[in-house]
Design a protein around this ligand. Structure first.
Ligand code: SF4
Length: 444
């Protein structure tokens, strides 16, 4: 385990919601697959994993072969198996859904194959190309900014092609949102870090505590590397900008999740009455986590109607199952603090079309408010590289198929370019960028 990770953390109170299949369970589920021609589950996967092929390999007892099939398309197939919203991707597209029969549990099978093939003592599944003298087969080297899923997927693919890959991470722990942002009942920090180690074993270098623009400039990176990949994710949590927001008891959602996952247990604030503000998947995750961690009361506060809530329906159902109260068509207008500054409530007004209705203010008690209304983007990073532009959403402008930016040596992918999608989309972006670099270098 990583030395900087406290042994006891709040996230450990939230156990795995879908435990690993036994060999018998995996075989039985794999045997149900029809191995469809033109399989819709492949088309539904952003990394186009050949689902029927890997399932067939599990059914025939070739679990390592199944894992290879998965990893050839998605080197973060182990975490994606656990964090992907499979209900709206591969599993949601399985032909069984059309016959009102349970779809194949593709995520569970993918988890089984990747976990078995990468457990301690298993020989490596891949050997990066080498020229016999140095670990790299080519003279090309790439600096990757940010150690989240996009950069890790890009770096892994580059190493398999024999190029040098060096990741610069400003924080202490690598893994990006897989480490600090994913709900613990899907993936714990140790598991995210184990996957990072698996990728590191391909020869990927990770330099933590280095921020581009502070410790190294974009120009310095361009002087030392053949190409740059920007995979920094999103920026800081947005604030509401209302009275009483600054101070203890009001935190941004990504901050709260990261603390719950990686901070020592004793430093975590006890959970009593929690208000989670927002309607996206991050808000739903936080609300469910607080409820499962034993908060007395958790209220999700959303300014529009239920039909407009941005989070997935299955995540909302899980929130309700966990006992989260939903308050829709309300707007927070102030955080309420006592004379000592302690948070004790949230003032709300009724909202119509997301706008406040005058004369409807009322107060709701709470001791902790988590603001989950999105994150800011990172213009300062783009400024480090000439030709790299920011779009109207604050995202880096990059070709979604190749990661190419306005600078021919700079590529980008993941949340900082796509605005914040799933881990699997970040993986696809990183992999595609690496393939594009490799294609360009192969042609010269
Ligand atoms: Fe198997 Fe379902 Fe994919 Fe068909 S759609 S190949 S049954 S997982």
């Amino acid at each position: 385990m990583n030395d900087s990770l406290p042994p006891e953390r709040l996230e450990q109170r939230l156990p795995d919601s879908k435990p690993l299949y036994s060999p018998g369970e995996a075989k039985a589920e794999a045997d149900r697959c029809l191995y469809c021609a033109d399989a819709p589950c492949i088309r539904a996967c952003p990394t186009e994993i050949d689902v029927p092929t890997f399932i067939k390999k599990i059914a025939s007892g070739n679990v390592r072969g199944a894992a290879r099939t998965i990893f050839e398309q998605n080197m973060l197939g182990a975490s994606c198996a656990r964090v992907c919203p499979v209900e709206v991707l591969c599993v949601g597209s399985c032909v069984y859904n059309g016959w009102d029969r349970p779809p194949i549990q593709i995520g569970q099978l993918q988890r089984y194959a990747t976990a078995v093939a990468t457990r301690d003592g298993e020989p490596p599944l891949f050997t990066p190309k080498s020229n016999g003298k140095s670990p790299s087969a080519t003279s090309k080297s790439v600096a990757l900014v940010g150690a989240g899923p996009a950069s890790l997927a890009c770096a892994a693919e580059l190493r398999l092609q024999g190029h040098r890959a060096v990741i610069f991470e400003r924080g202490d722990l690598p893994g990006g949102l897989n480490t600090t942002g994913v709900a613990p009942y899907k993936l714990h920090v140790e598991e995210a870090l184990a996957e990072v180690d698996w990728i590191r074993a391909l020869g990927v270098e990770i330099r933590s505590g280095v921020e581009i623009g502070r410790d190294l400039s974009g120009e310095q990176l361009l002087g030392q590397y053949d190409a740059i990949f920007l995979g920094v994710g999103t920026g800081a949590d947005h604030r509401l900008g209302i009275s009483g927001e600054l101070g203890a008891g009001v935190v941004g959602a990504t901050d709260w999740i990261a603390r719950m996952k990686i901070e020592a247990l004793g430093r975590s604030q006890p959970l009593r009455r929690v208000a989670v503000i927002g309607g996206g998947n991050t808000a739903l995750d936080v609300a469910r986590e607080c409820a499962l961690l034993g908060a007395e009361e958790v209220t999700l506060v959303y300014r529009r109607g239920l039909g407009e809530l941005g989070g997935y329906a299955h995540e909302l159902a899980e929130c309700r199952n966990a006992g989260v109260r939903l308050l829709v068509e309300v707007l927070p207008v102030a955080f309420l603090r006592d004379p000592a500054g302690k948070l004790h409530g949230l003032r709300l007004t009724r909202a119509e079309g997301g706008r406040p209705v005058e004369g409807t203010a009322h107060d709701m008690p709470c001791d902790l408010a988590v603001v989950a209304i999105g994150q800011s983007k990172l213009e300062a990073l783009a400024d480090q590289f000439s030709g790299v532009a920011i779009d109207g959403r604050g995202c880096i402008v990059a070709n979604p198929s190749t990661g190419a930016t306005g600078n021919p040596r700079v590529f980008s992918g993941g949340d900082c370019a796509n605005g914040g999608r799933e881990v699997v989309h970040a993986v696809a972006d990183g992999r595609n960028a690496a393939r594009e670099m490799n294609r360009r270098w192969g042609a010269t």
